[in-house]
Design a protein around this ligand. Sequence first.
Ligand code: NZQ
Ligand code: ZN
Length: 388
Amino acid sequence: MLGNFTYCNPTKLYFGKDAIDSLNEELPKYGDNVLLVYGSGSIKKNGIYDKVVAALKANGKNVTEVAGVMPNPTVDKLNEGIAIAKAADAQLILAVGGGSVCDYAKALSVSINCNDDAWDKYFIRFEDVTCDIVPVGCVLTMVGTGSEMNGGAVITNHEQKLKIGHVFGDKVFPKFSILNPEFTYTLPKYQMIAGIYDIMSHILEQYFSGTDDNTSDYIMEGLLRSLIHSADIAVDNPLDYEARSNIMWIATWALNTLVAKGKTTDWMVHMIGQAVAAHTDATHGMTLAAVSMPYYRYIMPYGMDKFARYAVNVWGVSPEGKSAEQIASQGLDAMQAWMNKLGLVMNISKLGATEDMLDDIVKSTLIMSGGYKVMDADDIRAVVKASY
Ligand code: NZQ
Ligand code: ZN
């Protein structure tokens, strides 16, 4: 049965080859002081930076830059950005990049006017936002996280060996997001497939929970089928616009809160993956790929019917004459074969994890309770070891 929920998605999306032109529609809505936030420079090589700066100039904005936002943005970088944004009296934060840059912009937006230590307040104590929020707009250049249409941000503290996400809520969703699939053409294959798996993981984290008849599950099966189909095409031909645009759109729907409605949701693959990243700084989607198969094989007995449904409806496994366990296992076998074909990293040792880190990775894994099994430290240790 669908539980009670509130649904609100305040982000305005502009999608397509001319989407960047909508900056001219959006920028006049905000004050003159814009904080332009981006990563290590890919946008300068592929021309996106020039397009954005031209629109900012045409709209008479005073631009202050925060460059060098790294994948898995850190708390030190966040504190640096807070100081720059305060000095510039930023009235709009414009994020141009992937999930790391969009997340960073959202973390900044709730921290600039907050007198508390942002890391402690939001990522350790998980407190609500109590200060004025600086609005955020995104120009997305990498597909996967869904950050362009949600209110979450993930920040890494290397000193504390923690990588933690906070869902800030509706008010922190980007006010607008610009999605041009062509902007993703210059992504290296490693990042493209990591993003594709991040999308799959977001869907599965929500799908593998609950036993009721929930419309969200049917939507997610459709999203997964389209993702698998489009990913195969995009890997063969990265310039296939149809495939790249489908993947971009699926990524947004996978984590813009819609399919979570009425679901308890699991998120343990992300919790273990984030603990791996806190120790290795590895690419987000790859950390998820490396722990997923051991995790799903471990919890399959606790959610057998759903795993069997997944095998049939997503991977086309024929149920004829088979037990639920046989069907479910064949579904996971098909998923694993597809992941291998895509070229995903399937072991955490290949991401820089060493044997002496494993206990610490277990310790820094947050435990969630919405999946088919509430994991304890021994369960997590078994999954982490099997991922090694
Ligand atoms: O630094 P730049 O130059 O931007 O290069 C980036 C970076 O090296 C590069 N890149 C991006 N667009 C490109 C490009 N290179 C060439 N051409 C382009 N068009 O790709 C690399 C990875 O970028 P990043 O933003 O780190 O990737 P992603 O979008 O996967 O974001 C990962 C971060 O998002 C968080 C992750 O934990 C991680 O910190 N997540 C955020 C979520 C959310 N807000 O809801 C949910 C996710 O589960 C995830 O946890
Ligand atoms: Zn993710």
